[in-house]
Design a protein around this ligand. Structure first.
Ligand code: IP8
Length: 270
């Protein structure tokens, strides 16, 4: 597979989880303080060749679940597709506002307009456009969305699948995943006091652990932490290190972007 090369430095793919920028327990509730703080951190880090992917949180997931969008088109659920896509554009707009008004040349890329999947897996993606934007110094921002699917009619594409796809198609140096917990844990750290956080995992260790990683507690149509890890495996297999950090903690994303020491889980091929 031909990997698309950029001018140095290598690409950084930053995922901001929906649980960080939205209140997961309250439908359609953004966490504006966190959105603004993260935009400050991204601005201050001033990283070249950066792509941001964000999740759906309490915008995309409850609507997608209500209409069962992941399982595809059924006569009558077009409204659900339209609503899911719409609420994602609203969340994306809030995030874009925070970036743009800090003088960051961020460009929103709408998956439903430029990506199709086949049985839920990315089938076509306008990579040349993406590459051209990065080369010109833009910061592409893309997100989990409702997309057309060649077999299902339509479905849900997770931000995590986008992260792994972009990272493996471009010359990517690292992936940073911002979540609402301190890293990858042996159990749900929000409910299990004994949960142990892994500071470093190899690909082989991650594969062994996969069956034990906590399932999401709140509504998540794309599989929560377990789905995240499964999606990221191909990127780790490509040799791209993945750093999972708590994006709710001030300056963690800043430090991760700058390559400074920060608490979290580092996953590497070996
Ligand atoms: O939060 C899913 O993206 P994710 C987006 O990255 C929708 O899994 C529309 C549910």
């Amino acid at each position: 597979m031909k990997v698309l090369r950029l001018n140095p430095p290598k690409l950084t793919v930053l995922k901001i989880g929906g649980s960080v920028i939205t209140e997961k327990s309250e439908e359609l509730t953004p966490r504006m303080q966190d959105i603004n703080r993260l935009a400050d951190e991204i601005k201050n880090a001033a990283i070249q060749n950066l792509v941001i992917v964000h999740g759906g949180g309490s915008f995309g997931h409850p609507v997608a679940q209500k209409y069962n969008i992941s399982s595809g088109f059924k006569e009558g659920n077009q409204q659900g597709f339209a609503e899911t896509h719409h609420v994602m554009t609203v969340l994306n707009g809030l995030f874009m506002d925070a970036l743009i008004w800090r003088d960051i040349p961020a460009i929103s890329i709408t998956p439903s307009s430029c990506i199709t999947t086949k049985k839920g897996r990315i089938q076509s993606f306008d990579e040349a456009r993406f590459k051209a934007l990065i080369k010109m110094g833009f910061l592409p921002v893309i997100y989990g969305d409702a997309v057309l699917d060649s077999e299902l009619g339509f479905t849900i594409l997770s931000g995590d699948q986008l992260v792994a796809h972009i990272a493996t198609r471009f010359d990517t140096g690292r992936i940073i995943i911002g979540v609402d917990v301190d890293g990858l844990c042996s159990a749900d750290p929000k409910t299990e006091k004994t949960a142990k956080m892994y500071e470093h995992l190899t690909l082989a260790e991650l594969k062994t652990l996969q069956s034990q990683i906590c399932k999401p507690m709140s509504c998540d149509v794309t599989g929560g932490m377990l789905g995240k890890m499964t999606e990221l495996l191909p990127a780790v297999e490509h040799g791209i290190p993945v750093m999972i950090v708590n994006a709710k903690k001030p300056n963690y994303i800043y430090k991760a972007l700058k390559g400074e020491d920060v608490q979290g889980t580092l996953i590497e091929k070996e």
